[in-house]
Design a protein around this ligand. Sequence first.
Ligand code: FAD
Ligand code: DLZ
Ligand code: SF4
Length: 508
Amino acid sequence: MSRLILVLGDQLSHGLSALRDADRTKDVVVMAEVAAETDYVQHHPKKIALIFAAMRKFAAALRADGWDVRYCELDDTDNTGSIVGELLRRADQTGATDVVVTEPGEWRLITALKHAPITTHILPDDRFIASHHAFETWASGRKQLRMEYFYRDMRRKTGLLMDGKDPVEGKWNFDHDNRKPAPEDVAFDGPLRFTPDADVAAVLDLVEARFGGHFGDLHPFWFATTRGQALQALAHFVDHALARFGDYQDAMLSENRFLYHAVISAYINIGLLDPLEVCEKVAAAYAAGTVPINAAEGFIRQIIGWREYMRGIYFLEGPQYTERNMLGHTRDLPDLFWGGETQMRCLSKTVQQTKQEAYAHHIQRLMITGNFALLAGIDPQQVHEWYLAVYMDAFEWVEAPNTVGMSQFADGGIIASKPYVSSGAYINRMSDYCKGCAYKVSQKTGEGACPFNLLYWHFLDRHRDRFKSNARMGNMYRTWDKMAADRRTTVLADADEVLARLDAGRVV
Ligand code: FAD
Ligand code: DLZ
Ligand code: SF4
């Protein structure tokens, strides 16, 4: 009896556990473009196009490899609109009674599959280095789940950048060397871009027609849509950008959106690249002497450290994680996140870039949009849904811990030991946004004062009870307490005025 092998849009890996488990002479692969997956948030059109184009190309590659693939396009007349609906339709067609699937990266879909009226076998997703069991074992009994210690275990486990039992060059973490401000010139032209072929163009037409109303520009579309192209994009990054990745990891420039970043997260997350192979290529460049340790270590830490850790937390904390709101923030997400007018140049540039590219790098996500949402007290669930929608690499297992935990501190400190907040001074140091902004970053109060300067103190003041005993925040409170009382009153009143403008839908 044949079985149905479900391959989801972010499972486009030839070594997928569900495919390894299958028999290509008997089993039937099911892939489907469905409204339930395109509509659970208003995904950026570029993200939908990337997933559909890569799914179609992956299906073609499987067929060429001898698999029987039943692929349903979004506009097919008999499309049932959901993954479970498609499985039931294919079961009717083929007589299959069982489904095999690699575990999806989202509780929503796991639950739907577990409750599907057909026997479903969910296999571990072993494209990740740490299994659920390994992460639970690491986490159990620890008071704090700090990424750094998990990361060291991952280094030991993979042997990446290890010299026997010790880290190469004697240190686990070179983050202190990775905080240079924005450079004058960037000697990298950004990620490798691909011209859409006829198959990609057909997807672009479909996405334009069906999702043209979603936030985000579909054109120009230049993403890799096959593993071969993604490997070329990776090689381009390793050869031309990696050496400076570490130095400028945290820098931001208005007119250079990618700096020395890899722009491969979406390719890894949908399965075109394997995280370990990516790290091995980076480690090989270090071993060959073409990139310094702060670049290689900084990059590998993001993947075997942060990426694996975020997934571990998502599955450890369970389906309700996305509803956490430890700071009780309830303000609605302002329209400026959807491209509405703002005078804050850093926000306007980051949102505009997000709209055009479906991409912003980590510090833009954390210290511009995330920082503002946290300081302004925006409802973390709305913030989470925004991040899940607008970035091409956004899947809940990685987006939610980054947003709800790291960026919004809504999990109460499981991920971050203190909230990632800053005044305008940090943004000014790390970017060129403040030059030409309608606000003055050096101004602390009054009309024209940078809203980050005002909201920063407002945040610390309103959450004093929660954070006053956090050792890492002692300096912030000491600075605030040393300020003259009437100045503090003015700062808080000016911050309230900014928040009132937000609430009234006026331009900030
Ligand atoms: P680079 O800066 O070149 O880094 C290399 C790789 O490291 C990335 O490709 C990615 O695979 C990995 N990586 C780096 N940081 C992280 C991290 N914090 N968590 C997981 N992996 C990481 N990343 C996503 O993949 N999907 C998301 O939905 C997502 N949402 C985020 C939301 C917020 C609020 C924040 C602060 C960060 C989020 N990140 C997310 C993490 C990070 O911003 C992106 O992985 C990174 O910007 C992708 O760009 P890049 O490929 O150029 O990465
Ligand atoms: C994100 C996404 C979108 C937009 N569309 C599809 C789709 O039509 N078919 C599909 O199989 N997968 C899609 N995906 C990816 C899924 O939403 C993803 O597998 C789950 O969110 C789990 O990570
Ligand atoms: Fe952003 Fe403030 Fe700088 Fe303007 S002055 S760009 S609002 S940090």
